[in-house]
Design a protein around this ligand. Structure first.
Ligand SMILES: [Zn+2]
Length: 359
């Protein structure tokens, strides 16, 4: 089959062995697959990416100097069932899947594996137990956004936000936008969003952010008083003395760049909760004493559960999350390398979809 192969830190369209479903697996045709920022990083810094994952106990233990086919945000159509499958979904059914292959020798990341090709190829092999059927009528383009939007759903769930809390989303790339959508779909907020890019701020507004801030003009940390969040211990105590529960700030770090955590520690009110969703792969520095003094709660989150994944697909299908504005481009296999270049400019793009049938 034809696929975009990551080879020697570049992307080439070439032949890849036709995938064959083994025990418990199905063969699918890729309908559409989103390009993820992690793929950009994995292409250019494969060794580092794999090393960090391995040290973190993750499953993405492929060999970056060998060929692989990226793509873990996909919608596909079932072509055939392998041995030992329950045939839960008929041939022709459109499905999404967690990008995980459950094999006899362990788990492999689909799109981060030397054997399991991801969605930048014409076909894939998926584990039947990981499949979720696309509800009738939902466009494949929108179903393909389940994976990145599930990241937002998980971050929001892990944040354990209360009805009295105020959310601040730092960074409005695909991850930040998924968090904003996840918050609004659950009726949480108000949501303040901050990003340097006007294009991304526009999308943040479209996804339902209540206040959108350009950090060049206004500090994202200057809004607390407007939302009644006490900033110091003294202010907090005053609220409590009046018999009220103080409002709390929940900050979602969705940038993943060195130095941002320190900025957040500086800017947040006492007793805030900080949820780290952005993946900074460099060694970072911050002053723990700031977090100690403010009694901050830092949480690091990753991925999503099977339940969160399926729930997200259904929320998209039911119109509770509108992902249409996030799709800013569409390419065939030959266009993927250029799309990787384009995604380096946040002004132009949020999500570019790969359609292997497109020439
Ligand atoms: Zn991703």
């Amino acid at each position: 089959m034809k696929a975009v192969i990551a080879r020697n830190k570049s992307l080439v369209v070439d032949d890849w062995p036709d995938p064959e479903p083994k025990q418990g697996e199905v063969l699918v045709k890729t309908l559409v697959c989103g390009i993820c920022g992690s793929d950009l990083h994995a292409l250019n810094h494969g060794e580092h990416f794999v090393d960090l994952t391995r040290r973190g106990g993750g499953a993405l233990t492929y060999e970056p100097d060998k060929d692989l086919v990226f793509g873990h945000e996909f919608c596909a159509e079932i072509l055939d069932h392998g041995p030992g499958t329950q045939k839960l979904f008929r041939t022709g059914t459109r499905v999404c899947s967690l990008p995980i292959a459950v094999t006899e020798s362990g788990v492999q990341g689909i799109g981060y594996s030397n054997t399991y090709a991801g969605g930048y190829g014409e076909q894939m092999v998926l584990s039947e137990t990981m499949l979720v059927e696309v509800p009738n009528g939902l466009a494949s383009d929108h179903a393909a956004l389940t994976e990145p939007m599930a990241v937002g759903a998980h971050a929001v769930n892990e944040a354990e936000m209360g009805p009295n809390d105020v959310a601040l989303v730092i960074g409005c790339g695909p991850v930040g936008l998924a968090v904003i959508a996840g918050l609004k779909a659950r009726g949480l907020g108000p949501v303040i969003a901050a990003d340097f890019s006007p294009g991304r701020r526009g999308l943040a507004e479209t996804m339902g952010a209540d206040v959108v801030v350009d950090p060049k003009e206004t500090s994202p940390y200057s809004q607390w008083a407007d939302f009644g969040v006490p900033q110091t211990s003294m202010e907090r105590m005053m609220v409590e003395m009046m018999g009220e529960t103080p409002r709390r700030a929940i900050i979602f770090e969705c940038v993943g760049v060195k130095g941002v955590v320190q900025q957040i520690l500086e800017g947040v009110p006492v007793r805030s909760r900080i949820v780290i969703v952005g993946v900074c792969m460099e060694t970072d520095h911050f002053e723990p004493a700031l977090a100690v003094t403010k009694q901050l709660d830092l949480r690091f989150v990753l991925g999503y559960s099977q339940e969160e994944f399926a729930g997200t697909l259904h929320m998209i299908a039911e119109g509770e999350i509108d992902v249409a504005p996030l799709v800013t481009g569409r390419v065939g296999l030959e266009g993927v390398a250029q799309a990787f270049e384009d995604l380096a400019h946040p002004e132009k793009h949020a999500k570019i979809l790969v359609d292997p049938t497109l020439v």
